[in-house]
Design a protein around this ligand. Structure first.
Ligand SMILES: [Ca+2]
Length: 219
C-alpha cells in the first residue's frame, strides 16, 4: 500500500519538474498509478481494466498536421506486495505522423525504437542519459533508466508546444493551449476548457460509465 500512497507525491514532482521549460498557457493531462486519469479539462476518474488505449490524440481534422500527435498507453495487471494492481507498462508516442517513439518499462536500447531510422543518439551524457535529436528539426528525446521526456518546441524554439513525460509509472502530457485546445480526442478529453464534454467515444457520442468510456478508446 505504501507505493500507492506515494503516487500523488510522485505526480506532483513530475508535474512541476518542467516548469522552468515552459512559457505561456499550458494544459496538462495525466495517466498515472493504478490507473488514474486526469483530463486536460480537470475531470478525474480511475479504471483498472488492462488493455491498450488512446490516451490522447489530435483530431483527424487538426491542422497543421505536422503538429498532430497520438499517445497510447498499454496497461497490465500485476501483483505487487500481495495486491493486484493495474499499471502503465508502456507508452507509445507518435508526432507529426512521421516520428514515433516506443518504450517499454524501463526503456532500454534493445526495446527502444525510433523512426525515421536515421535518428540516432547524438550524445550520451556521463549519467547514461541519451539525447536524440533530428538532423534538421528541433525534436528532442532524453531518457534515463525507467523514464523519458519528450519535448517538441515551437517553430521559433521559444518553448515546447507538446511534452510527454513518463517515469515508468506515470504519464504526463503538457500542451500549448493556443495550438491544441479543443483539438483533442481520447481518454484525456478535448482540452477546450469545458469539463462536461469530455466523455465522448470516437464517433462523438457521450459514453456513460468510466469503464465503458475507456473501453471505447482501444489503441
Ligand atoms: Ca472539454
Amino acid at each position: 500500500m505504501g507505493l500507492l500512497y506515494l503516487l500523488p507525491v510522485l505526480v506532483v514532482m513530475l508535474s512541476t519538474a518542467g516548469n522552468n521549460l515552459v512559457n505561456g498557457e499550458k494544459i496538462t493531462g495525466r495517466c498515472y498509478g493504478d490507473v488514474h486519469y486526469e483530463q486536460f479539462d480537470g475531470d478525474r476518474f480511475s479504471d483498472q481494466t488492462a488493455g491498450a488505449y488512446v490516451c490522447s490524440s489530435t483530431k483527424t481534422s487538426f491542422s497543421p498536421s505536422s503538429q498532430g500527435f497520438l499517445v497510447t498507453i498499454v496497461t497490465v495487471t500485476e501483483t505487487r506486495r500481495g495486491l493486484e494492481v493495474t499499471v502503465i507498462d508502456r507508452v507509445i508516442v507518435f508526432y507529426g505522423y512521421t516520428l514515433s517513439f516506443s518504450f517499454d518499462k524501463p526503456p532500454s536500447t534493445t526495446n527502444f525504437t525510433i523512426s525515421p531510422p536515421n535518428y540516432t543518439p547524438s550524445a550520451v551524457e556521463p549519467s547514461g542519459r541519451q539525447v536524440f535529436e533530428a538532423d534538421d528539426k528541433s525534436y528532442k528525446l532524453t531518457y534515463d533508466d525507467g523514464a523519458f521526456e519528450l519535448e517538441f518546441p515551437s517553430s521559433d524554439n521559444s518553448s515546447p508546444i507538446f511534452e510527454v513525460r513518463f517515469d515508468g509509472m506515470n504519464c504526463i502530457i503538457r500542451l500549448d493551449r493556443t495550438i491544441y485546445g479543443g483539438q483533442l480526442t481520447g481518454i484525456l478529453g478535448n482540452g477546450d476548457g469545458t469539463t462536461s464534454d469530455d466523455r465522448l467515444n470516437r464517433g462523438g457520442s457521450t459514453i456513460e460509465g468510466v469503464a465503458a468510456f475507456i473501453a471505447s478508446w482501444p489503441a
